[in-house]
Unconditional design. Structure first.
Length: 192
């Protein structure tokens, strides 16, 4: 199964880019982040014409996540991250696809930090770590795909002091990501 992730940064403004890429790459599953579109404005019919069906969680102006599958639809299993039922932000969606549980994640940015946005990021990460542990314990095939809004190590970014205060490279962000990986998840990046 070929699974890809794509931070689309406004699906309706970049729909042409997405459709060209889908036709060329032909992934079986695509997780999208940062849809920036209301639920009813998601371009489902255009994507169906290319053979992709999906589940999505839209949010006006910001956030939004989706899972697209080729030839048949994913089965929605969760439309929010457990642990914070009051969270209004569209950042997590989960679906079953051919016996594999797949999540599309758009973790909060957290900037500026310190402050409430960074606190929200770390809290959201804690809920993800807790949910991830439950998924590992369940023993089913799972993929947590998406935009983690973090730079795992110093080697993953060019050296600059301009970003020193950015939430993506702070020690608590890196520590949370490392704790998630320590549960048994694998970090894999493959660019083509």
């Amino acid at each position: 199964m070929k699974i890809a992730t794509f931070n689309i940064n406004n699906i309706n403004k970049r729909l042409h880019n997405l459709t060209v890429w889908l036709a060329k790459a032909q992934p079986d599953v695509v997780c999208l982040q940062e849809l920036k579109v209301e639920q009813r404005a998601f371009p489902a019919s255009t994507l169906r014409e290319l053979g992709y069906h999906g589940v999505w969680l839209g949010e006006r102006s910001w956030n939004g996540v989706a899972i697209l599958t080729r030839d048949h639809g994913p089965v929605l299993t969760r439309s929010s991250l457990p642990g914070n039922p009051e969270d209004p932000q569209a950042r997590y969606i989960e679906a079953a696809v051919d016996g594999v549980l797949i999540a599309s994640i758009y973790l909060p940015n957290g900037s500026p930090q310190p402050g409430p946005k960074f606190d929200y990021k770390l809290s959201w990460f804690e809920h993800l770590i807790e949910h991830g542990a439950g998924l590992i314990k369940a023993g089913v095939p799972v993929v947590l795909e998406g935009d983690y809004n973090g730079v795992p190590t110093e080697q993953d970014i060019y050296p600059t002091r301009l970003l020193n205060r950015n939430a993506l490279i702070q020690h608590p962000t890196r520590q949370a990501y490392a704790r998630l990986l320590a549960q048994g998840w694998h970090h894999r990046v493959e660019k083509k």
